[in-house]
Design a protein around this ligand. Sequence first.
Ligand code: NAD
Length: 271
Amino acid sequence: MDHEDNQTNRRMRLRGKIAIVTGAASGIGRASAITFAREGARVTAVDIDEQHGIKTVEEILADGGEAIFERTDVANEPDVKKMVQGAITRWGKIDILFNNAGIVLAKPLEDTTEEEWDRLISINLKAAFLAIKHVVPHMRRSGGGAILNTGSIGSMVGQVGTPVYSASKGAIALLTKSLALDYGRDGIRVNCLCPGITDTPMLRDHLGHGAQGEARIRDRLSRVPLGAILKPEDVAQAALYLVSDDAIGITGIMHVVDGGLLAAAEFNAPV
Ligand code: NAD
């Protein structure tokens, strides 16, 4: 049965659902937490950045939604256990897990230290393992759920200058597919969202600020058929679809949201 927002008669796509969103203080995670709440989900917004994470929750509450903030280092198992327990204590179940927190490292492999490798792989890959490990028993008990991992266009093709980041994003793709097989019979769908060039603090930090950053973005966009930088809200709409019952038949996929960037080996923008 479709649920409706009483005030607008709008169908709310996540009414009655409980969602955990990691990396919710910024960028794609923030936009997704807000979008999920607007669609009726009650949200545990998770981040290591308490100040901005609380802001996301305040925005949801001001919008009439329901959310709590859980300060969590997603790469730390005791923190992740606390995050999951906090969601269960507060909401009673977990229907949606969006493993989205991530960091980037733009460094040649030979200059990368072991500590940098470990930190990136911990946040971009181990964190998904930990959250899924502790959330799945609850999903199984309540008859199913939807897990979404954030990959990247770098989950499918190589990327210049970010070898460790690309390795983490490639691995998350096959973790997703394998878990879709393992948990399908439990009614748990597992998918991977692969954004392209999205205007978030991560992208700006990665490409640089000011005129140089703008020039780099313009250069990248010349290879994007739709020609525009994605907003975090654009990516959040795809996340919403994948975690909602609209995607009920979908598991084990890589869902690309990239303005067409991966569609061609070569692309010349029309002049
Ligand atoms: P962002 O930097 O705006 O947000 C990332 C969030 O993750 C931040 O709030 C940060 O505090 C949080 N975080 C980092 N380490 C954490 C930890 N240990 N524990 C808890 N939270 C932590 O970045 P974004 O662009 O919104 O990125 C979100 C996801 O999208 C990432 O996985 C990223 O790799 C992926 N992605 C982004 C782009 C892009 O162009 N922006 C493209 C492809 C993929």
